[in-house]
Design a protein. Structure first.
Lengths: 312, 668
């Protein structure tokens, strides 16, 4: 069972991620505007959007059932559980009981399950196609993601995310090439998970009316938009915590946590910056050809595995 | 304590229920009640027997029996106790469900259905406890035959053809198992399993026996490539029987692989485990790939049985690798994971088949494209089905996730330290398991979404109502079991770990630390996941109700947005279009099935040829053998008629001649 200190760390991580998600997505928007040489809406626009939506009336389609109403609660709750288990501020997972890599992958599946099912439950054709795409992307990406993490776990000797991070920081993984390749493969799969261009397929605004979001309105839409921002932040934090946990607190002391927070904030900002550059430099990939891209992820992950077997 | 006695009692009650159901076949209500209540009662007794055998030392009782070479011995140990508990547990639920469901079949021989269902369960109970190869095969045949009659119950062309395929594969399988047992009996000098355990044959013979048994039991389990019968036979049976077939009968195949590979042959060589692992990985991926392309709800579920058998075999294979290479932790972890998934699959697949049965009960079709929107009119069915769908998709914190987590951990620990082959194979297996998981999520979002969500796609779907209470009770019980087996994992795992330690013949390994499952450095606590999920759900709930007073009350809109066009039911995604991307991206894998279908067609054609040949040979038999004899006898009769001319003087002459002949004989 986790100590009291780590429970507080978990709580801090949950609140931090929950509060910072709209800021992170606002940062993305600002960056996009800057690259378009537009003035842009400002960093805090996403908070304003959420509060505006929260004041509006909730309208749901006649065909919708309880899944449609449940999803805006289940999805953010699941993402917050993941945030509680990730090694974000500390090097160890605050709550080891949910900090396993397999548990994390499958918790994302829980969020995906409800997100996609709500699309079908709305009865809208756009939402249905978005749901189908969301799950297809999951099918194409999840194996590569798991293999990359599995290789890292094998190098670290444990599937606990904190242990993997610690092994990488302390240089205990041995095979450097395999570690690097696993990191690249995982970074690629995380990028696809972000749902940004060129892989903005399930919630493609221009193509599918934002997919499963089509029929949401008012407070439900606010919660779903918040969850999508949350998901992006959690995925980035997952990558940072597993492969780049430099600066994270070894023990949950106040100074350590403050330094850990600053380190994470800088790393996340840099990654959002890089993602912004990629996102705004490419066009949407053709959905029919996505598998050619994702095979790259599988290939790199397999290469990492081969290097691991060879001990390089 | 009295586990064996309770087991015998359960079998007796099943037999009694079977006969009673048959006796009352003219009165549908009485037959349904006899089969249903009898089955439920026997199931409860069997459940008690199995559970009480789980923690205890093995008990074997010898009843002698009519054959001196094969004493009728029953043995309850960790493995058979678990199987008895699983079989009986699902039987209780399926029997309660059948009380209402079987009324659908009123007037079409429900007495016979009750008879075969009870006989089927009784023979399964005896198969898993028989401790002698001869009786094992007898009950195995009985089980196959009883289920064959359930498959062909509808008596339409599809059911009969599926039944024939099933019959063929089941018997090919039992021939292979028989051959394996003969090989083992040859070296042990007896048909009793106790002798098999004591005398292991040489490695070559053992390997041949194991491969034969793997083929035979694999065919029963629906393991790819021996699965062709499964997606055709299971959907043809009545739904509560499908639940039993998919939930427990195919597990007899896994049971057989564990029994022969680990219990009787002691783990053998490392490549056995690798072979099982490979077959498991292939079965899991291909099973779910094919399931995705289905729009017949029961076929979809049947293909998922292939997938889950694959996942169970991944655990069992890991266990065998651990046992043969001397890694007790890997062995214990793998086998525990396999057994856990076996139990879980029985529960959620039983639930899903019962759910499908409820839907079919109202819709009278298995085609998902004609359903839709049932969630609002069948709330209990849809909620239970959703829990089953989440569990089978291995979503935390439900039971399917726990066993898959253990399977991953088994693969991981095996990969950490082992031969090159193991280190190569296990991460690949884990990756394929991840692919399976993602595909399963897609498949069950599709199944639930197309059946229960959105707008109704047919008039019947719009007019459907919730099913009778008995059916709801059955489904809700299994849905609760899914939740309990997930959250109570820290209590369930020690029981299964001790059972697998008994099977592996090694001291039990502890995988539990307080309320957590803990393997090596890592841990999982499903109660914690559930607690966090519920706790953190308050945050979005609070956020959502922030301006609840100020804003206008929620309302239901008119229709989904269709870019200004008039929305139409045909615009919504269908089961077909939803899975279309997967059919596109995984086209090569579907191509394999076409080849397999060609083989199946070949079997069908051969069958027709066989029947035609039989007809021809029957007449040939008549012409050459029977006809000459009948003609000859007729001829003799006609000739003999001459002596019976009708003239009484000639008859007197006969008498005189006879007297003279007799006098001559005595005088001599």
């Amino acid at each position: 069972m986790p100590t009291f200190g780590y429970v507080l760390v978990a709580l801090a991580q949950v609140l931090l991620v929950a509060a910072a998600a709209p800021l992170a997505s606002g940062f993305s928007r600002t960056l996009r505007a800057k690259m378009h040489t537009r003035h842009g809406p400002g960093l805090l626009q996403d908070y304003r959007d959420l509060f505006k939506l929260l004041r509006r009336q909730d309208v749901r389609p006649p065909a919708s059932g309880f899944v449609f109403r449940l999803m805006p609660i289940v999805m953010p709750a699941t993402l917050l559980v993941i945030a509680a288990g990730l090694p974000i501020l500390t090097r160890a997972t605050p709550i080891a009981a949910v900090g396993d890599l397999i548990t994390t992958v499958y918790l994302f599946a829980l969020a995906r399950f409800f997100f996609a099912l709500s699309g079908l439950d709305s009865g809208s054709s756009f939402a249905g196609i978005g749901a189908s795409r969301e799950l297809t992307l999951g099918v194409l990406v999840e194996p590569a993601m798991l293999l990359a993490l599995f290789v890292a776990a094998l190098l670290a000797g444990s599937t606990n995310l904190g242990d993997i991070g610690a092994a990488i920081v302390e240089g205990r993984t041995g095979a450097i090439a395999a570690t690097l390749l696993a990191m690249i493969a995982f970074a690629f799969t995380c990028y696809v998970e972000l749902g940004k261009l060129p892989y903005d397929m399930a919630e493609a605004e221009q193509e599918l009316q934002e997919g499963p979001l089509t029929e949401y309105a008012g407070p439900s839409l606010a919660l779903v938009k918040w969850s999508l921002a949350l998901k992006q932040l959690v995925v980035v934090a997952w990558f940072v915590g597993t492969f780049l946990p430099f600066g994270a607190a070894v023990e949950p002391t106040v100074t350590g946590l403050v330094i850990g927070f600053l380190a994470v904030a800088i790393k996340v900002a840099v990654i959002y910056g890089l993602v912004g550059i990629v996102e705004n430099a490419v066009a949407r990939a053709r959905f029919r050809l996505t598998s050619r891209h994702t095979w790259l992820g599988v290939g790199v992950a397999s290469l990492a595995f081969v290097f691991y077997l060879a001990g390089l | 304590m009295y586990a064996i006695q309770m087991l015998i009692g359960a079998v007796m009650i099943h037999a009694l229920a079977a006969v009673t159901s048959l006796v009352f076949r003219r009165d549908d209500g009485a037959a349904i009640a006899a089969a249903g209540f009898g089955g439920a009662l026997a199931g409860l007794l069997g459940l008690l027997a199995g559970l009480s055998a789980l923690g205890a030392a093995p008990v074997a009782v010898d009843w002698g029996g009519p054959f001196p070479f094969a004493p009728f011995t029953l043995r309850l140990d960790g493995l058979s106790g678990l199987m008895v508990a699983v079989i009986s547990g699902l039987t209780v639920v399926a029997s309660i469900y059948s009380l209402a469901y079987v009324r659908e079949y009123a007037g079409r021989g429900v007495g016979a259905m009750g008879f075969f269902t009870n006989l089927f369960v009784a023979s399964m109970l005896l198969v898993v406890t028989a401790d002698d190869a001869f009786w094992f095969l007898v009950f195995f045949e009985m089980m196959s035959l009883a289920s064959y009659f359930l498959v062909i119950f509808d008596q339409n062309e599809e059911a009969v053809s599926a039944g024939f395929l099933y019959f063929l594969v089941a018997h090919a399988g039992s021939v292979a198992i028989m051959a394996a047992f003969f090989l083992m009996a040859n070296s042990a000098g007896s048909f009793s399993f106790a002798a098999f355990r004591a005398h292991h044959p040489s490695e070559a013979v053992a390997s041949i026996a194991f491969v034969l048994a793997l083929a035979g039991f694999g065919a029963k389990a629906g393991m790819i490539p021996l699965h062709v019968w499964l997606p055709r036979a299971h959907p043809a049976a009545p739904s509560h029987a499908s639940a039993l077939m998919s939930g427990v009968m195919i597990k007899i195949g896994v049971f057989g692989i564990v029994k022969v590979g680990i219990d009787l042959l002691g783990g053998g060589v490392a490549w056995w485990g690798l072979l099982v692992l490979a077959l498991g990985a292939i079965s899991s991926v291909m099973g779910v790939i094919y399931a995705l392309a289905e729009h017949d709800i029961k076929k979809l579920l049947a293909y998922h049985s292939v997938e889950n058998i694959g996942i169970i075999l991944l655990g069992v294979g890991t266990g065998m690798i651990g046992l043969s290479t001397g890694h007790p932790v890997v062995a214990a972890l793998g086998l525990t994971a396999g057994l856990y998934h076996l139990v879980n699959h029985a529960v959620f697949k039983g639930l899903l088949f019962l759910g499908a049965g409820s839907v079919i009960f109202r819709m009278h079709t298995k085609d998902m494209e004609k359903m839709g929107g049932l969630g609002r009119v069948m709330p209990w069915t849809s909620l239970s089905f959703l829990i089953g769908a989440l569990a089978i998709s291995a979503i935390p914190p439900l039971n399917g996730f726990v066993s898959e987590w253990l399977t991953y951990q088994g693969l991981f620990v095996a990969a950490l330290d082992g031969s090159f082959a193991t280190r190569l194979a296990t991460p690949i297996a884990a990756t394929l398991l991840a692919l399976t998981g993602a595909l399963a999520v897609m498949c069950f979002v599709k199944a639930y979404g197309v059946i229960f969500s959105g707008a109704p796609r047919s008039r019947r779907a719009a007019e459907a109502t919730e099913v009778p209470a008995a059916m709801v009770i059955g489904m809700v019980a299994l849905a609760l079991a899914c939740i309990v087996l997930g959250l109570a994992a820290p209590l369930v795992v020690p029981v299964l770990a001790s059972a697998s330690a008994q099977i592996l013949n090694q001291p039990a390994t502890v995988f539990v630390d307080g309320a957590m499952l803990s393997v090596g450095e890592t841990a999982l606590s499903t109660p914690m996941v559930a607690l966090l999920l519920i706790g953190l759900a308050t945050l979005p709930v609070l956020l959502g109700s922030l301006f609840a007073i100020a804003r206008r009350a929620p309302r239901v809109g008119e229709a989904p947005w269709a870019c200004g066009y008039l929305p139409d039911g045909h615009m919504a995604v269908s089961a077909h279009s939803f899975a279309q991307p997967i059919r596109m991206f995984f086209r090569p894998l579907y191509a394999i099935r076409k080849t397999v279908a060609a083989v199946e067609g070949w079997v069908d054609r051969r069958f027709d040829g066989f029947v035609a040949a039989a007809r021809r040979s029957e007449s040939a038999f008549d012409d050459t053998l029977v006809a000459p004899v009948t003609r000859g006898v007729g001829e003799i009769g006609r000739r003999a008629q001459i002596i019976q001319g009708g003239d009484f003087r000639i008859y007197c002459l006969y008498i005189v001649a006879a007297l003279i002949a007799l006098v001559l004989v005595t005088l001599r």
